[in-house]
Design a protein around this ligand. Structure first.
Ligand code: SAH
Ligand code: SF4
Length: 405
């Protein structure tokens, strides 16, 4: 993985990393492709069709235990279980919100760490069919440390493996199948920065979009990045049809340095240029995510700068009211200000959507459940962090004003 991208000392992580257990050395089945499994079966002189049988259990039936591998003889089933994990999610707690339309899962993985995923159901409306989107995590914690994000507060713990990423999608597909429904979209917008775990994430996206494995159309898979340019460049080389989302949150470099500390390493102009290259390569529109924070990044001037930055690009802006996070001094912009901001962007010819915050009451902004579970940080650390955020954002805003006279 890339080194931690921030040069200045951070006020993060705020919450101490919990003690962790041993890793399970058995690879997760969902992280293997047909060739990997084929070799394993060949070594055991098993007929080739066994691979397909096991594959069907993993990918068609979303099996989670060896008991479910019914087409395999009992002895082979046991051997499979000794060599591999059928599911890498050891235990999952699900909490409902939005009258059951949203569900938030807290998954425990082998070493006891917790990662989150969320399912959002969108009932059919007019021409739009019923949809269900799973939001999945790519890392336990995150090293980028955006100060409005609950995952950022946790700091970085570890990368998830390909199987741990894919198993979150299998979890929701299985749950929906029990309702007679299908999963229609997957977004990498849970915990972690996907392109700081690019190998596992790109392998997971490939497994999810492979018609012989998970079989989700690439256009229905969105990878969201805070702007890790090398990862974006890898995506450009691969020429897939995934949707790219870029977490922008500020167009002005001084402010983006505070809101997305990675901006010091990968400046916003270069990030947008890389996203534009992806959009040229694939013909796909890029989504720009912009969390609306009261009094921080929601002024008319911010809107103008954003419009200028995205002018003439194949772009779509999503404005997201900030979900309150326990330890920041900030809150969501008022609704009218968000609407004005959106109107300004639209007037400048930029496609813009205001997103409703789903799962608000259970803390659906990524990482909030895991942060709650990790326990409360010391009040002095919280106070210091708040002060730091207030002074850094004030300095960034004052800097911009002086620079422009
Ligand atoms: N690390 C990647 C993907 C995970 S974060 C990224 O930053 O793009 C997914 C999205 O959730 C990002 O757009 C992020 O800015 C947003 N998010 C994080 N904390 C939030 C909060 N408190 N309220 C609203 N959105 C938040
Ligand atoms: Fe990491 Fe994304 Fe949260 Fe920033 S918003 S800390 S990049 S997970």
């Amino acid at each position: 993985m890339d080194s931690v991208p921030v040069s200045e000392p951070q006020a993060l992580p705020l919450i101490p990393v919990p003690p962790v257990g041993e890793r399970d050395r058995r690879p997760g089945l969902a992280g293997l492709d047909q060739a990997d499994l084929g070799r394993w079966f060949a070594e055991r002189r098993q007929p080739g069709y066994r691979v397909r049988q096991l594959f069907d259990h993993v990918w068609q039936a979303s099996a989670v235990s060896a008991d479910e591998l019914r087409t395999l003889p009992a002895a082979l089933r046991e051997e499979v279980e000794q060599a591999f994990r059928i599911d890498t999610l050891v235990e999952t707690e699900v909490r409902p919100a939005d009258a059951g339309l949203t569900e938030k899962a807290l998954h425990r993985i082998d070493d006891g760490r917790l990662v989150e995923s969320v399912l959002m159901r969108y009932p059919a409306r007019g021409q739009r069919r019923w949809r269900a989107t799973a939001c999945i995590s790519s890392q336990a914690g995150c090293a980028v440390g955006c100060p409005f994000c609950a995952t950022g507060e946790l700091g970085f713990m570890r990368d998830l493996t390909t199987a741990e990423i894919v198993d979150q999608a299998r979890f929701w597909r299985r749950r929906l199948a029990a309702e007679g429904r299908r999963l229609t979209n997957i977004v990498f917008m849970g915990m972690g920065e996907p392109f700081l775990n690019a190998d596992a994430v790109l392998a997971a996206a490939e497994a999810l979009s492979d018609p012989r494995r998970f079989g989700m159309g690439a256009r229905h898979i969105t990878i969201s990045t805070s702007g890790v340019i090398p990862g974006m460049e890898r995506l450009i080389e691969m020429r897939p049809q995934y949707t790219l989302a870029v977490s922008l949150h500020a167009a002005r470099p001084e402010l983006r340095d505070v809101l997305v500390p990675l901006n010091r390493r990968y400046p916003v102009g270069d990030v947008v240029a890389a996203a534009t290259a992806y959009s040229r390569q694939t013909g796909r529109r890029v989504s720009y995510e912009y969390v609306m924070i009261d009094g921080i990044n929601d002024t008319p001037r911010d809107g103008d700068e954003l419009a200028r930055l995205l002018d003439g690009r194949h772009a779509h802006v999503n404005l997201i009211p900030m979900n309150p996070v326990a330890h920041t001094p900030w809150q969501a912009s008022p609704r009218e200000r968000i609407d004005d901001f959106a109107a300004g962007l639209r007037q400048a010819g930029i496609r813009t959507t205001v997103r409703r915050n789903r799962g608000f009451e259970i803390g659906a902004a990524c990482g909030q459940l895991a942060a709650d579970q990790a326990g409360a940080p010391a009040p002095a650390a919280v106070a210091r962090r708040r002060e730091l955020l207030v002074s850094r954002s004030a300095a960034a805003l004052a800097g911009v004003q002086t620079a422009r006279g």
